[in-house]
Design a protein around this ligand. Structure first.
Ligand code: SF4
Length: 196
């Protein structure tokens, strides 16, 4: 098994699905073996592709607010691992970005997770990461977020939580589900402040 820095180097040089990407392969991820919180998102957007920085957009700004983390904390790989389901920008579809490339997770995800062994909390964003991290779960994203509220309220040992996507495209969802910001986020922020 490759050591972690070799593995990260291999990922950063990956061009496995280049033929199916709209722009050049440019894996965008952040991790260290000591990371305590894993952000399991979808795939980088075009702004993150251009800057090379994960969540370098309005979604990222909102996600940091939701988590109660400043930029310095969020971009510290010793605290936060950011491993989306696809590491490269997948391109635009009819309604938002395309799905993460299906080649990516089977090629890299488990190898990386096997070496990031200090994770105390996994924050899942979106249906693709739900399928990977909670394969038994068959409900909607909303049901998964509701379940996360229950886990936080019960202070359960299950440290795999689901959030809606922080994209401005989800503003209507947020307005319809006020409990998310009013009840879930304060509990989540408390949990995170205990971990970092
Ligand atoms: S999306 Fe994943 S598999 Fe495809 S080129 Fe990027 S790193 Fe490699």
């Amino acid at each position: 098994m490759a050591n972690f820095s070799t593995l990260m180097q291999q990922v950063r040089q990956c061009s496995l699905c280049q033929d199916n990407l709209p722009l050049l392969a440019k894996p965008i991820l952040q991790a260290s073996v000591n990371a305590k919180i894993l952000i399991a998102g979808q795939a980088p957007g075009v702004k993150a592709h251009n800057s090379g920085v994960p969540f370098d957009d309005a979604s990222g700004k909102r996600l940091r607010q939701w988590l109660g983390l400043n930029s310095e904390q969020f971009y510290n790989p010793e605290l936060i691992a950011i491993l989306p389901m696809g590491f490269c920008y997948p391109g635009k579809g009819k309604s938002g970005d395309l799905a993460p490339r299906p080649e990516c997770a089977p090629a890299w995800r488990q190898q990386l997770l096997d070496q990031i062994s200090q994770i105390k909390l996994t924050v899942i964003i979106g249906q693709y990461a739900i399928k990977w991290h909670k394969p038994q779960f068959k409900g909607t994203v909303t049901a998964a977020v509701e379940q996360s509220l229950q886990q936080l309220a019960d202070d359960s040992d299950n440290n795999t939580l689901v959030l809606p996507h922080p994209s401005p495209r989800n503003n209507i969802w947020l307005k319809k589900h006020l409990w998310f910001e009013q009840q879930l986020l304060p509990l989540l922020q408390k949990k995170i402040s205990q971990l970092i």
